[in-house]
Design a protein around this ligand. Structure first.
Ligand code: NDP
Length: 296
C-alpha cells in the first residue's frame, strides 16, 4: 500500500470531542442542552445497531437522547402525530427518522413532515433546495463527513476534478453539491454512465457511493488521487469460518491503495464520520434555534 490512510475513526473522535466541549459550554453558559430524537420503526437488525450507536454517542457528547422505537405496523398517521409532537417540543433540536421505513409508509411524506430546522439528516426538500442554491442548510451527514475529510487532506478543493459514483438523494447528489460548493469540477456517475472506468481515472477526488462490493479497482484510480469509499457491504468470509461475513466498501481497498494518494478504509472511514456529523448537526440546530452563534 502506498496511499496514506485517511483515518475516519480517529477524525470522528476529534469531531465528537469538539462537539462535546461545545455542548458543555452551551450548558454552562446558557443552560441549554441540545436534544436529538431518533425514531425507529420495526426490528431491522442493521437499523437497530445504528440507532443504538447514535443514542450512545449522543449521550456521550452530553446531549439529551430521545429514542422512539415503534412497532413495524405503526400507521403513517401515528408516525406523523409523533413527528408533530417532536416538532413542537423545545427540548428536541434534531429529529432523525431511521430509513428505510416499512413499505406501507410514504418516506417523502414523513421526511417532509419534519421541521426543516430540526432535520439533522438534511433530507427535507427545503434543506435540499437550500444546499443546491448555496444557502445555509442542514447538510446530510455522510457527505458532510466526506467533505470534512477531503478538506482536512487538501485544504482548498478549488479546481479539483471530482467524480462521485452514485446519485442517491442521501449520498451521491448532496456529495456532488458540496464538492461544487467548494469549487470542484464535479461529475456524477451512475449505472448508465458510459466508460465509467476511464471517467473515474480522470478524478483527483473519487467518491464511491454505489453499494457494490469492491467494484472500483486500481484501474479506475488516477495515481495520487484521493479515494473516499462510502460503501458498506457485507460479504461472505469463509476464511473466518463457516457462515462468517466481513464488511467491505465499494472500492477494492488493497489494489486501489497501491495507486491512490490517500484512501478511506471500510470499516473505519466514512461510517464513524457520519454519526459524528449527526451530533455536529444537532448542535448547529440547537444554536440556530436559540439564536446563538453557530459552532465553527
Ligand atoms: P443507492 O442504492 O440509493 O444508490 C446507489 C447508486 O449507485 C445509484 O445511483 C446507482 O445508479 C449507482 N450504481 C449502482 N450500480 C452501479 C454500477 N454498476 N455502476 C455505476 N453506478 C452504479 O445507495 P446509497 O447511496 O444509499 O448508498 C451507497 C452505499 O453507501 C451503500 O453501500 C450504503 O450501504 C453506503 N452508505 C454508507 C453510509 C455511511 O455512513 N458510511 C451512509 C449511507 C450509505 P442508478 O441511480 O443509475 O441506479
Amino acid at each position: 500500500m502506498s496511499a496514506d490512510l485517511i483515518d475516519g475513526k480517529a477524525f470522528a473522535g476529534q469531531v465528537r470531542a469538539r462537539v462535546a466541549a461545545q455542548v458543555a459550554r452551551l450548558k454552562e453558559v446558557h443552560g441549554i442542552t441540545p436534544g436529538l430524537a431518533v425514531v425507529l420503526l420495526g426490528e431491522d437488525p442493521a437499523s437497530q445497531v445504528y440507532v443504538r450507536n447514535k443514542g450512545k454517542q449522543t449521550a456521550e457528547a452530553g446531549m439529551a437522547s430521545f429514542e422512539h422505537k415503534l412497532p413495524a405496523e405503526t400507521t403513517e398517521a401515528d408516525l406523523l402525530v409523533l413527528l408533530d409532537a417532536l416538532n413542537a417540543d423545545s427540548a428536541v433540536h434534531g429529529i432523525l427518522v431511521q430509513l428505510p421505513l416499512p413499505p406501507h409508509i410514504d418516506e417523502n411524506l414523513v421526511v417532509g413532515r419534519i421541521d426543516p430546522a430540526k432535520d439533522v439528516d438534511g433530507f427535507h426538500i427545503s434543506n435540499v433546495g437550500l444546499l443546491a442554491t448555496g444557502q445555509k442548510a442542514m447538510v446530510p451527514c455522510t457527505p458532510l463527513g466526506c467533505l470534512m475529510m477531503l478538506r482536512d487532506r487538501h485544504g482548498d478543493l478549488s479546481g479539483m476534478n471530482a467524480v462521485v459514483v452514485g446519485r442517491s438523494n442521501i449520498v451521491g447528489k448532496p456529495m456532488a453539491q458540496l464538492l461544487l460548493r467548494d469549487s470542484c469540477t464535479v461529475t456524477i456517475a451512475h449505472s448508465r454512465t458510459r466508460e465509467i472506468e476511464a471517467l473515474c481515472r480522470g478524478a483527483d477526488i473519487l467518491v464511491a457511493a454505489v453499494g457494490r462490493p469492491e467494484m472500483i479497482t486500481a484501474d479506475w484510480v488516477k495515481p495520487g488521487a484521493t479515494v473516499i469509499d462510502v460503501g458498506i457491504n457485507r460479504i461472505p468470509a469463509p476464511e473466518k469460518g463457516a457462515g462468517k461475513t466481513r464488511l467491505v466498501g465499494d472500492v477494492h481497498f488493497e489494489s486501489a491503495a497501491a495507486v491512490a494518494g490517500a484512501i478511506t478504509p471500510v470499516p473505519g472511514g466514512v461510517g464513524p464520520m457520519t454519526i459524528a456529523c449527526l451530533l455536529a448537526n444537532t448542535l448547529t440546530a440547537c444554536c440556530r434555534a436559540n439564536g446563538l452563534a453557530e459552532p465553527a
